[in-house]
Structures are given as structure tokens and as C-alpha cells.
Design a protein around this ligand. Structure first.
Ligand code: NAP
Length: 316
């Protein structure tokens, strides 16, 4: 067996604790040897305040996973690539398209792996959906991605700042699935983005797309949904309907449930990262981020009621 890849983890926040650290510890291809965070660490693992300090002190690190917000990622990731490290990026891969293209160029020049992850693509229903749709004519697509921001992103100020994407932070997960499963690309034709009066990022978005062969697609993203949460994609085809629900964990075709599997997205991400490092490849697909950029460019911007983390403040 080959030695595990010595990995540094940058940003010990919610997703690092919920998903990355458990997935790394279960994958023998990796050894978590250091973390960089201003406020947190992992028991028994060397910890540093910044990724620069981490890489200075531990040149034996071979790969770095970035779980910090997109707005602060580019400089850190570029430094790691310049030092010859393989790099994994949480979604969205950056705050702009250009900076991610720059990282891809750097990785190529350095001969190292860059993996811009889209965790929803590793949901169990996604690959079977892609395979089934590859043989079908798509007539229409409806995406409904509605959740409660107060539950999923409490106190995350960065997500409301420019580059934080607002409701597109979850919405881009739906777009990452759509761009993986549809047999041909769709293009944004219009939309409306609802910005709370006191925030720099949208709380809801309503988008329309068209496919090259005329398929119509709509996407409804909303962060104001309390109660049951909705992460569904309905695709109508010439051979019946396909429904991916629960964020891609469940798949039904023609009304029959064909996949209902437990979540294992981050196990899939780290397995793929190990394969990419072993083969010397990179995986940087900007399609989901391009759609979000298109929505900011082409969508009509509307101002709505201010949003406060404390729901009582809204009504007071
Ligand atoms: P988070 O809980 O707010 O954690 C962010 C981490 O980044 C913290 O460790 C924080 O570090 C660090 N950080 C925050 N602002 C920073 C800054 N200005 N400079 C340097 N470091 C900073 O966020 P998260 O939910 O884990 O999300 C991180 C990324 O994962 C985002 O791109 C998000 O879209 C993605 N993601 C999140 C989820 C989810 O369910 N939360 C799911 C999938 C993907 P300190 O400890 O140094 O303060």
C-alpha cells in the first residue's frame, strides 16, 4: 500500500467539522497532519493560525483542502499551488470566475492537482440520473431549492457579503447537479434576484433558462422556507419524468423509486481527490459558477424586506 497523502486543512468551520474531518479520517489515502484556522483546531493535529504559517512549518504537507469562505480563498490557494501542493476547493471554488481560471492555470504550470469540488454531484441519485437522461430528449426542467437560511447558516456574515453568493450558496448545488445530468447545456434567458434591503446578496432568485434544443428550465431558489425543506429537480422527457429529490439522495423515474441511499457525498469527494492526485489530473468545472455569474449579470435586481438573523427583530 502506498503512503497516505499528507493533508493540511484550511478553515475549521461548519463544513470542515461536519463533513471533511470525518471523511478524511475514514479514507486511508489521506492523513490529516495540520489545520489552519484563526479560532479552531482538531485534537491531536498540529494547528496554525494561517495557511502560510502551516506550509512554512510543515513542508512535508502534500495537499491542502480549503474550507474557508470563497472571498478569501484565491490568495491562499494560489500560494499552496505555487509551493507545489495539490489543492481541493470547497464549493463555490472562488468569488469570481477569473480567479478560479487563474488557479487552474497555476495547477497546470506546477504539474499538481486542482479539484474544484461540487459535493452535490456525489449524491447517490446523480450519476444514475445522468446515465438515464443521456438517452432521452429533455422537454422541461424545474428546479426547486428552498431552505431556511436561519437553520443552515446562522450568523454566517460572509455569505451575505459580495462574493458570498447569498441564496446561490445552496442554489449552486442544484446548478452543479443540473449541469452534470442534462445531456446538453442550458443558457440563462432571464430572472429576478431579491436582495434584502440590508444585505449585499440575494435571499431568493427566480431564473429561466433555455436548452440548445429548446428545452425550458426554471429554477426557484428561496432561503425563507421554514418547515419541510425542498431540494428537488423535476425533468420531463420524451420517455417519462425523472425526479431527483432530497438534494440528489433520491431518484424516481416514471413514478418508481430507483435510488434512495444514505448521504455519502464527502466520501466520494475524497476518493476522487485521491484518484486525481494518483493520476496527475485536475477537475475544474466552472459551469455552475458561470450560471450564477450570468444570473447576477442578466437577472433583474429587486429590493425586499431586510433580513436579520434574529426573526423577532424583523417584526419589531
Ligand atoms: P463557516 O462555518 O463560516 O467556516 C468558515 C471557516 O473559514 C472558519 O474556520 C473561519 O475561520 C474561516 N474564515 C471565515 N472568514 C475568514 C476570513 N475572512 N479569513 C480567513 N478565514 C476565514 O463556513 P462553512 O459553512 O464551513 O462554509 C465554508 C465553505 O464550505 C463555503 O464555501 C460553503 O459554501 C461551503 N459549504 C458549506 C456547507 C454547509 O453546510 N455549511 C456545505 C457545503 C459547502 P476561523 O476559524 O479562522 O475564524
Amino acid at each position: 500500500m502506498t503512503a497516505p497523502i499528507r493533508l493540511g486543512l484550511v478553515g475549521v468551520g461548519k463544513i470542515a467539522r461536519d463533513q471533511h474531518i470525518p471523511a478524511i479520517s475514514r479514507n486511508p489515502a489521506f492523513e490529516l497532519v495540520a489545520t489552519a484556522s484563526r479560532s479552531a483546531g482538531v485534537d491531536g493535529v498540529a494547528s496554525f493560525a494561517t495557511p502560510g504559517e502551516m506550509l512554512d512549518a510543515m513542508p512535508q504537507i502534500e495537499a491542502v483542502a480549503f474550507c474557508v469562505p470563497p472571498q478569501v480563498r484565491h490568495g491562499m490557494a494560489a500560494d499552496a499551488l505555487r509551493r507545489g501542493k495539490h489543492v481541493l476547493l470547497e464549493k463555490p471554488p472562488g468569488a469570481t470566475l477569473s480567479e478560479v481560471a487563474h488557479l487552474a492555470d497555476l495547477a497546470k504550470a506546477q504539474g499538481v492537482t486542482l479539484f474544484a469540488t461540487w459535493h452535490s454531484r456525489f449524491a447517490p441519485g446523480v450519476e444514475p440520473a445522468r446515465q438515464w437522461l443521456a438517452e432521452r430528449q429533455v422537454m422541461s426542467v424545474q428546479v426547486e431549492w428552498k431552505e431556511d437560511v436561519r437553520h443552515w447558516h446562522p450568523g454566517q456574515d460572509w455569505i451575505w457579503e459580495p462574493g458570498g453568493l447569498g441564496v446561490f450558496d445552496p442554489g449552486i448545488n442544484a446548478l452543479s447537479i443540473v449541469t452534470a445530468i442534462l445531456p446538453e447545456p442550458v443558457f440563462l434567458t432571464g430572472g429576478e434576484l431579491a436582495f434584502p434591503d440590508n444585505r449585499a446578496a440575494p435571499i431568493a432568485a427566480s431564473l429561466q433558462f433555455s436548452g440548445a434544443s429548446g428545452a425550458a428550465m426554471t429554477a426557484e431558489f428561496d432561503w425563507r422556507q421554514t418547515g419541510p425543506q425542498t431540494w428537488d429537480i423535476h425533468v420531463a422527457t420524451d420517455a417519462g419524468d425523472l425526479v431527483l429529490s432530497s438534494g440528489g439522495a433520491r431518484l424516481s423515474i416514471g413514478g418508481e423509486q430507483v435510488v434512495d441511499a444514505p448521504e455519502a457525498e464527502y466520501a466520494g469527494i475524497y476518493a476522487r481527490f485521491a484518484d486525481l492526485v494518483a493520476s496527475g489530473g485536475s477537475d475544474v468545472d466552472l459551469a455552475p459558477l458561470r450560471h450564477v455569474a450570468d444570473a447576477f449579470m442578466l437577472g433583474r435586481h429587486r429590493t425586499v424586506a431586510p433580513f436579520y438573523d434574529d426573526p423577532n427583530r424583523e417584526t419589531s
